[in-house]
Design a protein around this ligand. Structure first.
Ligand SMILES: [Zn+2]
Length: 52
């Protein structure tokens, strides 16, 4: 649960506390990567990871 509102790291849509969102942790060449995605971008990411 988010404690404060945050913008989606992909499309910039505001994510309010209580909204559905996805937190994605990863490793990037320059260090760790953590992004928050709105529900719509999370669905798009799922399709991308599925190879669709
Ligand atoms: Zn988004």
């Amino acid at each position: 649960m988010l404690r404060r509102s945050h913008d989606c790291d992909r499309c910039g849509a505001p994510i309010a506390p209580g909204d559905e969102y996805a937190a994605v942790d990863g490793i990037a060449p320059d260090g760790e990567l953590r992004v928050l995605l709105c529900a719509r971008c999370a669905a798009a990411l799922s399709r991308f990871l599925d190879g669709a």
